[in-house]
Write a protein of this length. Structure first.
Length: 97
């Protein structure tokens, strides 16, 4: 009887640990790249690409959510990027001549 209780307890713990490891990722939702028409959006895309050491084609702006997605997983709001860009004096001195 004690062995059955231990096996049931062990099985329950194993089941719960596997259930707790699921990611909350939207795999079925395809993120469409928004055509960047504004020069400021173009500047922000370039700013993110340079400061995060990635390429511009991996920086996607989703207009619906007003956020940038970098490398497919890193989300950054438009407001946050604008604030960082406004405070980036060294970036502007080096890359916007």
């Amino acid at each position: 009887m004690k062995r059955q209780i231990n096996m049931l307890l062990l099985g329950s713990i194993g089941f719960l640990s596997f259930q707790g490891c699921k990611k909350d990722v939207k795999t079925n939702e395809i993120i469409a790249k928004t055509n960047i028409t504004s020069p400021s959006d173009e500047k922000l895309t370039k700013f993110l690409a340079i400061t995060l050491s990635t390429t511009e084609d991996k920086v996607i702006y989703v207009e619906k959510d007003k956020e940038f997605i970098i490398n497919g997983w890193f989300h950054k709001s438009l407001e946050s990027v604008q604030n960082q860009y406004n405070a980036a004096n060294e970036y502007k001195a080096n890359y916007e001549k």
